[in-house]
Design a protein around this ligand. Structure first.
Ligand code: SAJ
Length: 440
């Protein structure tokens, strides 16, 4: 009997979460914690082992996640496997695998999605509900997921299985908070699946569960992030306008945002992460003439340019100090893409460091959250000709910058995230170059 006709009572419904990353791990822990029997599936044996021991594989500050995971595993409600055959008794299967875009073509790369969906099709049982939580390009459910599931299972959608696209709305640092509190769009293959999905998610989500069709859900998710990307791009472009005019973007932004219905975002050293840099490209990828679009692609180009703008600021500062870029010793503070997180996916610092190294700069990197760069800050800054701040970690916002900059050989300070500010920089007698701040 299908899960739709039985209803979703925690004691009876068996759940699987395929893809145990920043989304899948907290999702699996949450559903297990409310009483579902949850099977976590991933191809990464190290991740599977850690979670099966109740160890949270995600670094950075994630309030509540480690305890939740330990409790769920301790109560025997969450176990893990890499064997897809174990999906054969699962009533509801959630998929949260990566859905990147190709660096060059900007088209979706569905290697992980196709592999997961194909293997699920092979083993899923009749009457199950398949939920895609990964962010996907519009038309993916109809043109990729549905045909693959039908082909590999021999089942028919809305007769032998049901399809849902419930895109995640998580953010590193607030994984559990967002999962519990954000409204969710629930795209469904039929009305009955909508009722069942709403009942299922209502066990863990206290936000609204807005049922709609599959295509609308795909467009909403990718467009909501494209919108944020455009908002950030406006801030970045305004920052460059302010810098050229000699105005202070941060003062301008503060005063603009006092005006009703204004929300100028924060200019900065670039836009990283697993969502914003790719979702605009996912949104427009199915279009026949996407090159005719202006705002969405151009916003991407502006935001991708920001690490190179930081290189230009550094070059300007070093030149004022009588130094060339080539051969200069530069301390880069912050490697992750977001403050207080260990997540380094598409981090602007990666682009910056690559560019600096190609220009012959002696680069030293520090980041309190990234294992590889968690070294002693003093050693990274000592004898540097310049310091570049790329991430506004709390650790940096509470530093005694006089102590830190006195360790440097030079006085050049490039502020990619408005961590120091011009007044403080002048007090410390620094050659201060910052996103959005003029020199005079
Ligand atoms: N950034 C700026 N200026 C801003 C805001 C962000 O430069 O004003 C940069 C950040 O430094 C970072 C990148 O953009 O490098 C992305 O930052 P983000 O705050 O958007 O964080 P994400 O990538 O984790 O965004 C996620 C998204 N959530 C989902 O896709 C489910 C996004 O839609 C949310 O708005 C965001 O979390 C959030 O604030 O919850």
């Amino acid at each position: 009997m299908s899960v739709l006709s039985r209803g979703v009572r925690t004691k009876e419904v068996k759940v699987a979460v395929v893809g145990l990353g920043y989304v899948g791990t907290p999702v699996a822990a949450l559903f297990a914690d409310v009483g579902f029997d949850v099977l976590g599936v991933d191809i990464n044996e190290d991740k599977i082992r850690k979670i099966s021991q109740g160890i949270n594989p995600i670094g950075g500050k994630e309030p509540g996640l480690s305890d939740l995971l330990k409790r769920a595993v301790g109560r025997g409600r969450l176990r893990t496997t890499s064997d897809y055959r174990e999906l054969s008794d699962r009533d509801i299967i959630l998929i949260s695998v990566e859905t990147p875009v190709d660096d060059k073509t900007k088209m979706p790369r569905y290697v992980a999605l196709r592999a997961a969906v194909g293997d699920i099709g092979e083993h899923m049982k009749r009457g199950s509900m398949i939920i895609i939580e990964s962010t996907i390009a519009p038309q993916t459910m109809e043109s990729v997921v549905l045909p693959l599931l039908e082909a590999r299972s021999g089942f028919r959608v809305n007769e032998d299985f049901y399809l849902v696209h419930c895109p995640e709305r998580v953010m590193p640092g607030k994984l559990l908070h967002n999962l519990r509190n954000c409204d969710r769009v629930v795209g469904v293959s039929c009305d009955q699946a909508g009722e069942c999905a709403q009942e299922f998610y209502s066990h863990v989500v206290c936000g609204n569960l807005d049922v709609t069709d599959l295509l609308t859900a795909e467009v909403v998710k990718t467009a909501e992030n494209a919108y944020r990307d455009v908002q950030i791009a406006f801030a970045n472009e305004l920052a460059m306008v302010c810098r050229e005019l000699g105005a202070d973007f941060w003062k301008v932004r503060e005063l603009i945002n006092k005006s009703p219905h204004r929300d100028v975002h924060q200019a900065g050293a670039g836009v990283g992460g697993h969502c914003i840099p790719k979702d605009s490209w996912l949104l427009i990828s199915p279009l026949k003439k996407r090159e005719d679009l202006k705002i969405i692609p151009h916003a991407r180009h502006i935001n991708d340019f920001m690490p190179f703008h930081v290189v230009a600021l550094l070059e300007e500062g070093l030149s004022e100090a009588g130094k060339e870029l080539t051969g200069a010793a530069v301390a880069v503070l912050g490697y992750s893409y977001l403050p207080n997180s260990d997540d380094t996916r598409n981090a602007p610092s990666i682009v910056l460091i690559e560019e600096l190294k190609s220009l012959g700069v002696d680069v030293r990197v520090h980041d309190p959250y990234v294992e590889e760069y968690r070294s002693d800050l003093e050693n990274v800054v000592r004898d540097a000709d310049a310091t570049v701040v790329m991430v506004a970690h709390d650790d940096y916002c509470t530093l005694d910058w006089r102590e830190v900059t006195d360790l440097m050989a030079g006085r050049v300070f490039v502020d990619g995230r408005n961590v120091l500010g011009r007044e403080k920089a002048l007090e410390l007698n620094l050659i201060y170059k910052a996103v959005g701040v003029g020199d005079n």
